[in-house]
Design a protein around this ligand. Sequence first.
Ligand code: NIG
Ligand code: FE
Length: 416
Amino acid sequence: MSLVGIAAKRIVTCDVARATPDNPLAVIEDAAVLYDEHSISWVGPRDAAKDKAEITDFGDRVVTPGLIDAHTHSAWAGSRHDEYALRMAGADYRAIASAGGGILSTYRAVTQASEAGLAAELAARLRRMAELGVTTIEVKSGYGLEPDGERKQLRAIARARADVSLPSVIATYLALHALPESARGSRDHYVLRAGTSMVQEVAQQKLAQFVDAYVDANAFSVDEARLVCDAAKRAGLGIRLHVGQFADIGGAQLCAEVGARSADHLEHVDAAGIDALAKSGTLATLLPVASFTLRQDPPPVAALREAGVGMVVASDANPGTAPTESLPLAMALSVPMYGLTPAEAILGATRNAAISLGLAGHGVSRPRGSLTSGARADLVVWDLPHELAILQPWATPKTHLVLRKGQPIAGSAHRR
Ligand code: NIG
Ligand code: FE
C-alpha cells in the first residue's frame, strides 16, 4: 500500500500534545491525514496535503481515531433474556447467580458450544462492533470456568485475533469469574489452579495479553485475586481487574499494589481506593451499560477526575449485565448518567482506552487511540458532522468508513 490520505472538515486527533483547554480533543478543521498500512505519517491542513499523496476528500464529515473497547466479554454463547426479564421485574442479579443462573448460565452455554461455533459467533459480533466504529476490542474469557472450557474460549478468541478483516483483538484470561459447581467443595484448589498454573499455561501459549479477576463480595477476595496477579507478573502478562461493582472490598488498593493497568467498574470505591489508583497511575474503566441495567448509582466520577485518575469508557458487552455490542451506547450513557464531559467520553474510548491496554503511552510504537504522526492508521470517517454527534444514542451504525491499519473493515461506504 502506497501513501494515501483522507481529508475532512473536522479531524479529531485526540493528540494530548496538541490539546488545549478550549480544544481538549485537539480537533483540526479542514485537515488531512496521510498514512500507509504501517502508520500515519502526517496530519495537517487539507490544502497542504494535496501534492503529497492521493487524497480522498470526505467533505463535511468528522474523522476520529478508531474506537477502542477496553472491556468486553464478547466470546459468549446463549442468551439470558429470561433472567433479564426477571431482573426487570425486580429479581436480584446476585440472587439469580447464587441460584445457579447468571455467569453459570452462560458457562453452560459455552460448555455446550464448540470452539468453531464460539469463534463464529464472536467473529459475527466483532463485525457488528466494527460497523459501530470499533477497531480494537479487548475480549475476556471467563465463561469456560474449568481449564478445558477456558482453553476453548481463549482459542476461539485467538481465531478472531488472527482475522485481519475484524477489529484487532486483545485477549484477557479472566481467571476468576465464578466458582463452577464442580469446584464447590474445593474452592482453594480451584483458585490455585485457575490462578497459577493456568496463568502460566495461557502465557506460554500466548493465548492472552492480560489477566482479570472479579474481586467483589460474593465473588473472589483480594487475597484470591492477588494469586492471579502475582502469577501474571511472573509470566509477563498485564493486569486489569473487576473491582467494586457491588461492594468495596479493597479491590482498588489491590490494583494499585500489583500495578494493574486498569480498575474496572468502581461503582463502589472509597477515597483511599481512589487515592491509591491516582498514585499508581491505574486507569478507571467505567461501564455505564452495566450500572444502567443493574439500576446502580454511578461511580464517583467527580472524585476520580479531581484525583487525576484517567478514565476509560467501555461497553462491558456480556449477556448478563450489559447485553449490548455498542461502545457508542456506553459513551452516550456516560455523559448524562455519569457526568463525563463529551471530551472525556471520547478520550475514554480512544486514547485512554489505548493506554489501559498498553497500546499508547511511553515507548509504545505505532500507538493507537490518537491520530498523530507515527500512530497506527486505525480511524473512522463518520456519517456525522461533528464529534459531539457521536455521543447521541443513535442505536444504529453511523460510520462511513472504518480503517484498521489503513485497510477498510466496515462502514456504509465499505458495504456498498
Ligand atoms: O462485568 N461482574 C462480573 N462480570 C460481568 C458480568 C458477567 C455476567 O453476568 O455474565 C460484568 O458485569
Ligand atoms: Fe465485565
